[in-house]
Design a protein around this ligand. Sequence first.
Ligand SMILES: [Zn+2]
Length: 319
Amino acid sequence: MVRPQFSFMCGVCKRRIDVGSSHLVRMYMKEPSVGPALQSSLDTYYVETQCVPGEIHINIVVVDANGRYRGTKHSTIRSLSSVDEESIDSLRKMLRFGGSFSSILTMVLRGEPLVICGEEEACQYWSRALTRFFAIRTYETTEWFSLIEEVIRRFGTRADLRHGTMVLCDAGLINHALKVFPDTAVVELRRRTVHRGKDSVFAKNLVKMLNAIPASEGKAMVTLVNTQIDGLRTLLTDIVQQLRERISDTLIVGTAKMSEIELVEELMRKTLSPDLYASLGEHMKHEELFLLAPHIIRAVKPLADAVSATLERADKTRP
Ligand SMILES: [Zn+2]
């Protein structure tokens, strides 16, 4: 891999960082984008620099195909003592799930309901680790069910799980679970399979980046995850606050045919301050918006009303 040469300003200390020329710079990956054609020429880099003695500054930057710096997604300081071995182990264990891990992440990042089937200890472990590292907002997790009768007593024979709900049940209940929760993603831990999962560019990239970090650099894995998720949370807080302040009912009119993302995107464009809207950056907006849209919709009441009205209309027109 050719090490690109570009420079940018550290988001933490505002010093100029020359990537490729300084030995103080460590870069963990070159991540080819897999998005639509417009985004395909942009690469994401995780850059660690020791700008100040004893302080590691992390910048996640986007670079175009010509090696030109295009923007910084997130910046943070890594405190050298705060990362424990247990967190590193958890991430490594989850990564061993394999190729479908990114679709589990996508579901958790979007706060979508999730059913996890496996041994009791494994289910508890996964729900703790997933929500600790990747949940943008809180999850409600059930106890572990070992009998289908218990599941049915709680949810009925056919249930539509709420946003932010995780159901844990025995590996042997997999076929029942698929029937009881017909619209929910179901993780089969034993077979490392995800049924009905959605995937995202963001989660795929995150998993690739994590896998690219050398085994000896466990702390960088934890920092990368924390930085990325903090970035999403900050973005969500900013967007929700601005939308709540500025949204007006007249903007909702005429959204009946729009998808969840189109609705949020259109309202953001019309409602947010030009500064904030621009700072979201055209090229990194869509993949992050895909993850944040369900949270945004639930946090902004006029939006939630518009979406449920749209769904009702869609139901009525269905043959
Ligand atoms: Zn710095």
